[in-house]
Design a protein around this ligand. Sequence first.
Ligand code: GAF
Length: 389
Amino acid sequence: MGDGRRGDVTDRATAGFRQRYDAEPAGRWAAPGRVNLIGEHTDYNDGFVLPFALPLRTVVAAAPGPDGRWTVWSELDDEPVEFGAEKADDPGRVDGWAAYVAGVVWALRAAGLDVPGARLAIASDVPVGSGLSSSAAIESAVLAALVDLGALDLPTERWPRLAQRAENDYVGAPTGIMDQSAVIRGLQGHALFLDCRTEEVEQIPFDPAAAGLAVLVVDSRAPHRHADGEYAARRKSCERAAATLGVAALRDVPTADLDAALARLDDDETRRRVRHVVTEDQRVLDTVALLRAGRVREIGPLLTASHASMRDDFEITVPEVDTAVEAALAAGAHGARMTGGGFGGCVLALVDADAADTVADAVAAAYAERGLAAPGTLTVQPAGGVTRL
Ligand code: GAF
C-alpha cells in the first residue's frame, strides 16, 4: 500500500540527513500513522474514539542547527525548506508539507518553550492523502525531536494538544485531537480508548491475531473531494446543533434522549448529523465493552453500523469506499467501515485471519468490475506510538 519507496524508512531519513547536511544526525525519532477502529467525527464533539497506531512510520533524523532557524528536508521534495522565527511565528507563512513542521515550532514557541534551531530530514512509509494521519505522524515525530534536542520540559500528556494546535492554528485545518493522540499515545497490542473531553485514556487490549482475526486496511484510492471544506462544514453543523440544544457539545446528548433532542431541531440534515454523532459515541462504548470482555469478533456489526451511519446520516463516504465495504462484507468480513475524516481514504475490515487474502481479492475484483483503480491492501496490528529510535 506504500508509494513504492524502497528501503528501510530509518535508513532513508538518515541517508537524507547525511546527504543534505554533510553531517551525522544527533538522533532519530519515529511516529506512526493510525487507523480509527471506531468513533468518527466524535472527537471535536467532545466524545469518544478508539484508534490504534500502525506499524507504518515517519522517521525524522535531526540535529541542532543555527539558533533560531530550522531547515527541513523531506523525501517528498528535492529542495529543503528553511525558515526562522519570523515565519514560524506567523501562521500560514510556511506552506505545503513543511507547514506541519513550522506549525510544531510555532505551537512550542506559543507555549513559551525555547525551541532549539535544528536541521531535520524526514522519510515516511505512511502514505500521504490516504487518511492514515501522515500529517499527525510528521507533527509528532518533529515534536519529539525538538523536545529532545532542546531538553524541553514538556510532559508527553501535553504533546497531543500542542500537535493539534499546530494543525488547527498554523496549518489551518480544524481537526480534533484523535489523530495526534493515537500517534503519540498508541501502545502495541492495544487500541486507545480516548475521552476527547477529559483526554483520559484507557489502553484496551486489541490483538486480532490471538482471536484468529485480522484487520484488513484497504486504501480506496479515492481522490479527496472537497474534504477540507466538507469537514469544516460538518464540524460547524455539529456546533450549531449543540448550541440549539443548549449543551456544550453533542457528547452531552445521552443516547436515551436522542429522539427528544432530534425533535427540537428543525431541519432534517442537522438531525442526521446529530444522530450520527450520538449513535457513534454509543458504538464506541459498546465496542470497548465487547473488547474488554474479549469478544473481538462481535464488534463486527458495530463497525458496519458505523459505516452506514457515516454514509446515510453524516454523508461523508464516497462510492469507492462504499464499494470496498460492500465487497468486503459480501466476501465474509465480520464488519467493515471507512476510517478517518471521509470523502475517500481507507476502509478497515475485520476478517478471519485465513480469509484476509480472499477478502482483499474480492475488493480488488469489485473495483475492477467498476473500472476503478486497484485498491491497496494491508493487514495491520496495533503498534506503538512516537518514540526515539
Ligand atoms: C480527521 C481528523 F483529523 C480527526 O480529528 C477526526 O475528526 C477524524 O477526521 C474523523 O473522526 O482524521
